[in-house]
Design a protein around this ligand. Sequence first.
Ligand code: DQA
Length: 139
Amino acid sequence: MKIKIINGPNLNLLGKREPKVYGSRSFEDFLRELRDKYKTVEIDYYQSNSESEIVELLQQASGYCSAVILNAASFTHTSIAIADAVAAINIPVFEVHISNVYRREWFRHHSYVSPHASGIIIGLGLKGYQLAVEACLDL
Ligand code: DQA
């Protein structure tokens, strides 16, 4: 099985960025462990700070992946283009947020992505990505 993880803006700074909110581990470090744990799963990883690039990555995924794990970060709360791309592709997309966005500022309480997601995992830290991989395996 092939899965694509797409992380949005500022998630390249995981480990350094607001560690009280996002933890002190880099995504690359976590990804090594994830790939090791799920050896039979091919996990492609992309991080982009650009909305249009994320739209492209989603469109490309439908050609060759079984599922996408998407943390669109701040674009979750602003981007109709990314929501449309999630709706347009014919593979499941699992939405992940590291922090519990509902305990944070009001502007993080709305997601344009959620109505089109196959499942949503929020507030469980990086473990949320592992649970999303499990969800992909159950498909
Ligand atoms: C986030 C939550 C978003 O509100 C924020 O803009 C992010 C990360 C999370 O994973 O908790 O950049 O998606």
